[in-house]
Design a protein. Structure first.
Length: 344
């Protein structure tokens, strides 16, 4: 009888101990299977992108409908500048609502690299890394996995934070020193979202009406830049590759303002163009090459030799047949705060 009693106590202890533990394999499988089986979802959150001492924060909403419809709305909280990344059966679009413009890509986005704010991308990262790390932190369970950012070699790992029920809480994309460079915090997820039939289509009339509703809340300085057009202080890259200097600067008058062309010569030569852009009277779709790429405060178009983006009413274009893509982006993301220096 005594042996039976001791055995019962041992079983109870084991059961009680097991109740508080979480199986990393089960949690991982539950999260993957849950997302894989979704027919649709709508998720809101906050995205933070760190660039040295600067942090750019976005309100984000993500809409998904099976099999391949995505709509991501990015609202820059500093200036209320909104962009929409849309994937449907006809292509991939980056919509600039304040300019009445949409740039159309023939792209594999979002499947060609990791995306911290897309559930499908997170489970792909989880499935691709069999050597993931698993820890518990602040009441959440954290999977640390490899990421795929081919155009940003600084980003190497990703922390995916889940609760015990396999619900996503937030994501941290890390550099080689485990410093978070991109953070996405989930606010709300509706895993049974219903969308209208034309929700993932480009409705030119609707885009124009939506833009009119947002005109009054956009930053006034951006609105003035979009309609007048003077580049008072052309921006100069804070980062230049070694043995590369500004060799020429040319200013050309255009119908919308000015175009400033800077030529940098040396071991890593490139050309930087800055030009005023104006709001289109009618919604315009512009065919574009490359891939949509989020850099600092805006989504631009990235190719092997160039990057084009719009920020605060100015369109920037940097091109080089010498710089690598990573070097090109390093120069591009350094063009944000200081007026032209060191002219010759």
């Amino acid at each position: 009888m005594k042996k039976i009693f001791l055995s019962l106590i041992l079983v109870m202890v084991l059961l009680l101990t097991g109740c508080g533990s979480v199986s990393k394999e089960k949690l991982r499988d539950d999260f993957i299977n849950d997302i894989k089986d979704l027919k649709s979802y709508y998720m809101t959150g906050e995205l933070s992108v760190n660039n040295n001492d600067d942090t750019y924060t976005y309100d984000v909403s993500v809409s998904y409908s099976s099999p391949d419809n995505f709509k991501v709305v990015l609202l820059n909280k500093a200036n209320n500048y909104e962009q929409i990344i849309l994937r449907n059966t006809t292509g991939v679009y980056v919509i600039n609502t304040s300019l009445n413009k949409s740039f159309k890509f023939q792209s594999e986005w979002p499947y060609n690299n990791s995306q911290s704010y897309l559930l499908q991308s997170l489970i792909t990262d989880l499935k691709n890394d069999e050597n993931y790390e698993f820890t518990e932190k602040d009441g959440n369970y954290v999977f640390k996995v490899d990421v795929c950012y081919p155009n940003n070699k600084e980003l190497v790992k990703e922390n995916i934070h889940l609760d015990k029920n396999a619900n996503l809480k937030y994501v941290e994309v890390l550099d080689a020193n485990d410093i978070p460079r991109i953070t996405f915090k989930v606010i709300e997820i509706d895993k049974k979202a219903n969308f209208k039939d034309n929700y993932f289509e480009i409705d030119e009339k609707k885009e124009l009406e939506d833009n009119e509703d947002k005109t009054n809340i956009n930053d006034s300085s951006e609105t003035e830049t979009n309609t007048t057009g003077k580049i008072e202080d052309a921006l100069f890259p804070l980062y230049l590759p070694a043995n590369t200097v500004l060799s020429n600067k040319e200013v050309i008058e255009t119908t919308s303002g000015e175009r400033v062309i800077m030529t940098f010569s040396g071991d890593s030569s490139f050309i930087l163009v800055q030009e005023n852009v104006s709001k289109e009277e009618e919604f315009t779709i512009i065919p574009s090459y490359g891939e949509p790429y989020l850099l600092i405060d805006t989504v631009g178009a990235l190719t092997d030799t160039s990057y084009t983006w719009i920020s605060s009413g100015i369109e920037y274009y940097i091109v080089s047949d010498v710089l690598s893509t990573n070097e090109l982006l390093e120069v591009a993301k350094s063009i944000n705060v200081v007026a032209t220096l060191g002219e010759k």
